[in-house]
Design a binder for this molecule. Structure first.
Ligand SMILES: [Zn+2]
Ligand SMILES: [Zn+2]
Ligand SMILES: [Zn+2]
Ligand SMILES: [Zn+2]
Length: 273
């Protein structure tokens, strides 16, 4: 995928972030968005990958408005139109990212970025929803295209502008839904990168249901049966449960605990070739 390429600086999940505030998992399932939305009282923080400042989720949007243009790499050529996006988990306030991308990046390349950083487990279908239109992965478009269904192979700058809100769904079985907003637009140069990751939430920290220590596993059975499905290393494999082996790692993604998701793919999958 030419140009699918996050940032040489500002790589995700490299452990440089301070640990997030410890929070308890108060909700039962992904099917209970109201409960998840209720758990939004604690502020989420992230670090600006361009200048290193730690900011709240709300403050970061304002910060990047000024910080991003000051940190364009020295590059040849004419400035191009650049869009900045705030990307958030639709049903959890803990997971968010800010990216900048060139207008000629395609929705399909953005889909690739979302998969690699947050979503990909086993190659499920995905779509963007912009206005009344659905933009889906090209191989899913056959003879049975619905009205308003289009290919993702379209340049982002053609279909989106500042202020626009849109959605992305990965996997139409155990869906993970992401909401996106164009938070800024400017002329600038991103060098060889068509997309750069500006900021990302610090990983939330979860408590073991048995002892309260930092959890490293989520039980995909308990997830649907009790308030807190998280366990530490010591208690994961012998916790009180019908099938205590059904564990997935705690990862910094809204797809944690779903299907076979084990975290972001290694950097070699998504850095510029
Ligand atoms: Zn900054
Ligand atoms: Zn899967
Ligand atoms: Zn424990
Ligand atoms: Zn369990």
């Amino acid at each position: 995928m030419p140009g699918c390429l996050p940032p040489r600086r500002g790589r995700a999940g490299n452990g440089q972030h301070r640990t997030g505030e410890r929070i308890r998992f108060k909700t039962l399932t992904l099917a209970d968005p109201a409960a998840i939305m209720a758990d939004m009282s604690t502020t989420s923080y992230g670090t600006c990958n361009l200048c290193g400042k730690r900011m709240s989720k709300a403050g970061m949007t304002r910060h990047l408005e000024a910080c991003a243009p000051r940190h364009d790499p020295p590059a040849m050529g004419r400035p191009a139109r650049i869009l900045r996006l705030r990307i958030e988990a639709a049903w959890s306030s803990w997971y968010w990212m800010d990216v900048e991308l060139r207008h000629d990046l395609t929705l399909q390349e953005l889909d690739g970025f979302l998969r690699l950083t947050w979503l990909e487990c086993c190659g499920h279908l995905s779509s963007f929803y912009i206005g009344h239109d659905e933009y889906t992965v090209p191989f899913a478009l056959g003879d049975f295209m619905d009205m308003g269904q289009r290919s993702m192979d379209v340049r982002i700058g053609k279909v989106l502008g500042k202020g626009d809100r849109f959605r992305h769904i990965y996997d139409f079985g155990s869906s993970t839904e992401v909401k996106l907003r164009v938070t800024g637009e400017r002329q600038g140069k991103l060098g060889d990168d068509y997309l750069r990751l500006l900021s990302r939430n610090e990983p939330p920290e979860w408590e073991c249901d048995t002892c309260g220590a930092t959890a490293t596993w989520i039980c995909t059975v308990c997830m649907y049966e009790q308030d807190n499905p998280f366990y530490c290393e010591a208690h994961a494999r012998n916790h009180d449960c019908d099938d205590p082996e059904m564990l997935l790692p705690v990862v910094n993604s809204p797809r944690m605990g779903v299907c076979a998701y084990t975290g972001a793919l290694p950097e070699e999958y998504w850095s510029n070739a």
